[in-house]
Design a protein around this ligand. Structure first.
Ligand code: BEZ
Ligand code: FE
Length: 284
């Protein structure tokens, strides 16, 4: 009679991974085998107790139950554990000189109005006005025409329009601008303020238990697209912000911190200038 290797503490990884079918997709096999190896290794390393496992199941259940079209608690979990930024770093190892990516966040909305250069996107009249300008360039420093620049920020109370429907005008602090042959862009928004990520759910509770705060340093979001160039998802961070070194979602990169200067050549209170450098789309 052949001996069966039933599940034991010692053989747990092999016992689970050996169950995968012959026809399992090779990439899925690689990812799942590694996941099981690390998961079991982690449980053994910390000696996870039954009570702790129940807490973890309850945490994940509540995280899922809070997710809907408006609230994505799992992405917040990924963001606050540094997973979103790590996956992004692996996917976008760009050459020196190219604009770096950062976290996309949950507050982008498709379909913001396309506006003429120079337009103001702050519709609630709150906050300190700021003129944003610069160029979209390729790695050789040549201007890129036809780049779509989709921008969004919080208002001066620290909320995006979608967080306050009915209280903020629709499309407040959002707009899309398309570059001409000189690659230049220019629009008026506000000097954004730092704000806490939604922290009234399990992720907020986790941060509190870990002695962490939920704040993000002030930033303006930029999404740049062009058919011939790799999409850029990035921010401009306000230099001097208190939370630059402790962003709750680890989104800050030194190259994305910009000095907001008191305006003297503009009708706004502040000016922020930054060029964006796109790299050619890899051939398919
Ligand atoms: C944001 O910048 O909008 C954001 C990013 C990650 C989590 C929450 C908000
Ligand atoms: Fe944001």
């Amino acid at each position: 009679m052949s001996r069966i290797d039933y599940f034991t503490e010692a053989n747990s990884v092999e016992a689970v991974n050996a169950r995968m079918g012959e026809d399992t997709d090779p990439r899925l096999r690689e990812v799942m085998a590694s996941l099981v190896r690390y998961l079991h290794g982690f449980i053994k390393e910390v000696g996870l107790t039954q009570e702790e496992w129940e807490v973890a199941i309850d945490f994940l259940t509540r995280t899922g139950q809070l997710c809907d079209n408006e609230r994505q608690e799992f992405i917040l979990l990924s963001d606050t554990l540094g997973v979103s930024m790590l996956v992004d770093a692996l996917a976008h190892r760009r050459p020196a000189g190219a604009t770096e990516n950062t976290v996309f966040g949950p507050f982008h909305v498709d379909g913001a109005p396309e506006l003429p250069m120079g337009s103001c996107i702050s519709l609630d009249g709150k906050g300190e006005s700021c003129r944003y300008s610069g160029r979209v360039l390729d790695l050789e420093g040549r201007p890129i025409a036809g780049a779509r620049i989709d921008v969004w920020s919080d208002n001066s109370d620290g909320f995006y329009d979608v967080q306050q429907p009915g209280r903020q005008p629709t499309w407040n602090n959002r707009g899309v601008f398309v570059t001409g042959p000189d690659g230049r862009y220019d629009f008026v928004g506000i000097k954004p303020v730092s704000y806490p990520i939604p922290d009234d759910g399990p992720v907020g509770n986790m941060l509190t238990r870990l002695g962490r705060h939920p704040w993000r340093p002030a930033h303006m979001h930029f999404l740049l697209t062009h058919p011939d160039y790799e999409r850029i998802v990035t921010h401009l961070f306000v230099a001097g912000d208190d939370y630059l070194a402790s962003d709750a979602v680890f989104g800050v990169k030194a190259s994305l911190i910009v000095a907001y200067r008191r305006a003297n050549q503009s009708d706004t209170e502040w000016e922020a200038t930054a060029d964006f450098v796109m790299i050619a789309q890899p051939p398919h």
